[in-house]
Design a protein around this ligand. Sequence first.
Ligand SMILES: Nc1nc2c(ncn2[C@@H]2O[C@H](COP(=O)(O)OP(=O)(O)OP(=O)(O)O)[C@@H](O)[C@H]2O)c(=O)[nH]1
Ligand SMILES: [Mg+2]
Length: 447
Amino acid sequence: MEITKGFKNFLSFFVKQGRVDKENLEKAFESLKGYLIDVDVPYEVIEKLFEALKNDLKNIPPGFSGVSYLYYLLYEKIKKFLESKKIIKDKGIFLILGLQGSGKTTFTGKLAKYFLKKGKKVLVVSLDYRRPAAFEQLKTYIEKGILEKDIKNIDFLFLGKKENLENILKLINEKKKDYDIILVDTAGRSYVDEDLLKEISFIYEKLKPEESLLVIDSLMGQEALELSKAFKKYIPITGLVLTKADSDTKGASILSAKYILNAPIYFVSEGEKIDTLREFNADIWTQRILEGIDLEKSLNELFKLDPNYLFTLYNKLLEGEYTLYDLKDELILRLSIDPNLIFYYINLPIFQLTSKFDEKKIKHWIAIINSMTDKERKNHTLFKNTSRIKRVAKGSGTSEKEVKELLKTYAQLKFQAKRYKALQEKEQKKQQKKMKNMFKMLFRGFK
Ligand SMILES: Nc1nc2c(ncn2[C@@H]2O[C@H](COP(=O)(O)OP(=O)(O)OP(=O)(O)O)[C@@H](O)[C@H]2O)c(=O)[nH]1
Ligand SMILES: [Mg+2]
C-alpha cells in the first residue's frame, strides 16, 4: 500500500535512533506528514493522529520501549479511526452509489450473493439507463455465481429508459413488502457533478433507503475526498464499501471517505469473482496500512501448507534424500504463495533457496526439471555430461546458463544441508528444540 511506506520509514527511523524523544519525534512527524500529504491523506486526519500520539507519548508506561509504545499507539489510533460497532442492516432498500467504474455493479452482485447465503429474499434493481447492457451484465454475473437453490430467491428489475425513473421508484416501494432486501444499483459518472447529485437525491427522497452505501475505489486518490464531500451535502451516507482492494491500493481513499462521512466501512471487495467480498475488519486493515501485510490472507495461505509436508521436505534435505523432484514440488508450492508473504517462510531452510525468485524464474526452473529424465532428477551428477545440459535447455525452452545455474544452486543446497546436518548431530538436542519451536511459531494459533 502506498501509505505503508511512510509509516514504515517513520517507525524504522526510531528503531535506528534507539529511542523516542521529543526532538526526533517532531522531525519524524514532519517527514511522515509530508509523505502522507503527498499521497492524498487529508491534512486534518494527519493532524488529529499526530496530536493524539504526541499526547499519549508523554507517559510511556513501564515495560514498553519507546519504539514499541509508539507502534502500539499508532496501531490503536488507526484501528479506532477505522472501526465501527455498527453492522449492516438485514432488511430494506440498499442504494449503491459511487463514481463510474468504481465497482458498484460488481459489488451489487456480490452483496446479492451475500444476502442469499443468509437465506434472504432479494430483489436486484438496475437504474443504469445510460448503459442498458449493464443490467444484463449484472443479471448474468449473479446467475452464474449463485447456487441453483438460490435462484428462486432472487428477482431482477430494470429501469430501461430514464423517463421511467419515477414509476420504477414507485414500483420498488410497492415491492418492499415482498422482499427482505432490495439492492438498487445506480449509474455512475466519471466525476461528481450537479446532475448526478440531483438525480441521486431525487432517488433518495423517493426511496428513503435503509442503507445508502458509497462505493470507494481503493485506487482513488484526491477524488475520494471530493466525492465524499459532495455526497455528504446531498444525502446521508450510511456505509462505505472499499473496492479493488486486491489491487495495489493507495490506502488514502478509505481514510478520506471515513474522515469526511464518518460512516462505518462495511465491506471490502477484492476481485472480479462474486465470492470475493469480505466484511471489513479494522485489525486487518490497520496491519495492512502499517506493515503492508494482509494477515487474514497470510493465515489462509499458511493453512494451505501442510506443516507435516514441509517438515518431510526439510528432513529429506538433511538426510541427503532431497531430489530434483522435491525441488520441483517446492517450486510449485512457491508459486502458490503470495510473493509479498514469502518472508513468513524465509526461516524455513527449504524456502531459503527460492525466496528471492520471481514468478518467471520459478516457472523456468520447473520447466527445466520437467525436461529431465527420471534418472537425472534422482542423480544430478549425470549432468557432468554437458550434452544432457544442452538437451534439457532445448527441451525446456530455456538457456544452458539457466540449467547450469539450477544445477549449481541445487548442489550447493545439498552441500549446505550436509554441513548443517553434521553441525546438527553435534548439537542435536539443542537444534531439534529450536526447529520444533520455529515450526510451532510459524503455525501458532492454527490448531
Ligand atoms: N480487481 C478488481 N476489479 C474490480 C473489482 N470490482 C470491480 N472490478 C472491475 O472494475 C470494472 C468496473 O466495475 P463495475 O462493477 O462495472 O463498476 P461500476 O461502478 O458499476 O461502473 P459504472 O456502472 O460504469 O459506473 C470492471 O471491469 C470490474 O470487473 C474488484 O474488487 N477488484
Ligand atoms: Mg455499473
